[in-house]
Write a protein that binds this ligand. Structure first.
Ligand code: GDP
Length: 304
């Protein structure tokens, strides 16, 4: 039910707009489709993905000449599920790290304030609960607060953290973290990185260097590059995804703060536009408020 509660605002907002769009109409005509397009765009699904969804629905209307508006819900649900399925396997329900890669190295990227540190803390908590040995690496050395915040989470979850002074080389911290994880026989190491976007070339160079030094310790590290996006920022989250995917190879997404927003549609749009699976969603500030994204549960919860 955390998911239901987390998506409540997005859902209420979406269905109240959809209700207005179909009010007084018995069949899905061009006008309804136009209105539906507005509803999807204003729910932060993104223009590209909205066009895709509208085209799919148009095709079904054409096939099924007199498609009633009461069937629109069901069809929307099916088409959105199909769209999500193209990038998200949707089978996962548990927090899981592959045991054949030890330590499993996760590099976490994202702009300051999106919930990066909180997500790392929540993940560490979940992995530890699964019986995994976790190490955190404080490679966001740009802000003292970033190191302190990660330390707070390390204490809360009771996992070791590798850190250096503010201003030290992030690559050096990443190297130490991965090496320490190997020495301790850890199952997973989660590396925080700096979230500055003001200089794209710097960002790219820094992330490239961090990755390169980790590979000196563990082949093919990082195994996962997790981009954290704040779902409540809607189109800003799209823009950040664009910039980070240009700077490094992002393999998975965490979309946070879905609980406080009506912009839950970003999950559908971002995953589709960037063809990157959403792995986790944040639905609150508490330590338990991170969920493994499951496309079936998401669509079920949204269209319930
Ligand atoms: P960072 O700068 O990216 O590391 O961001 P933080 O992890 O410090 O988070 C910034 C703020 O967002 C904090 O107040 C967090 O409690 C809050 N936050 C993070 N994730 C969520 C979420 O899923 N839901 C809500 N409501 N707040 C969140």
């Amino acid at each position: 039910e955390t998911l239901d509660k987390g998506l409540e605002k997005s859902k209420n907002d979406f269905f109240s707009k959809l209700g207005k769009a179909v009010a007084g109409k018995s069949k899905v005509d061009d006008e309804v489709l136009d209105d539906l397009e507005d509803v999807l765009v204003s729910s932060d699904v993104g223009v590209g993905t909205t066009v895709k969804i509208i085209n799919r629905i148009e095709a079904r209307v054409a096939k099924d000449k007199f498609l009633g508006t009461e069937e629109l819900n069901k069809i929307l649900r099916e088409e959105i599920a199909a769209l999500l399925a193209e990038t998200n396997s949707g089978e996962a329900t548990d927090f899981y790290v592959p045991s054949d890669k030890k330590p499993y190295v996760i590099m976490v990227v994202g702009v300051n304030g999106v919930g990066k540190t909180t997500t790392i803390g929540k993940l560490a908590y979940q992995f530890k609960k699964e019986g995994k040995k976790v190490v955190l690496g404080a490679a966001d050395t740009f802000r003292a607060a970033a190191i302190d915040q990660l330390q707070v989470w390390a204490d809360r979850v009771d996992v070791p953290i590798v850190k250096q002074q503010m201003g030290s080389d992030p690559a050096s911290v990443a190297f130490d973290s991965v090496q320490s994880a190997v020495k301790q026989g850890a199952d997973v190491v989660i590396i925080d990185t700096a979230g500055r976007l003001h200089n794209k070339v710097n960002l790219m160079n820094e992330l490239t260097k961090v990755k390169r030094v980790m590979q000196k310790v563990v082949d093919n590290a990082p195994h996962e590059v997790l981009l954290v996006l704040d779902g409540s920022t809607g189109q800003n989250a799209f823009e950040q995804a664009k910039q980070f995917t240009a700077a490094t190879e992002v393999t998975s997404l965490a979309v946070t703060k879905l609980d406080g927003t009506a912009k839950g549609g970003v999950v559908i749009g971002i995953s589709d536009q960037f063809q990157i699976p959403v792995k986790y969603i944040g639905v609150g500030e508490g330590i338990e408020d991170l969920q493994v994204f499951n496309k079936y549960e998401f669509v079920d919860s949204f269209f319930k």
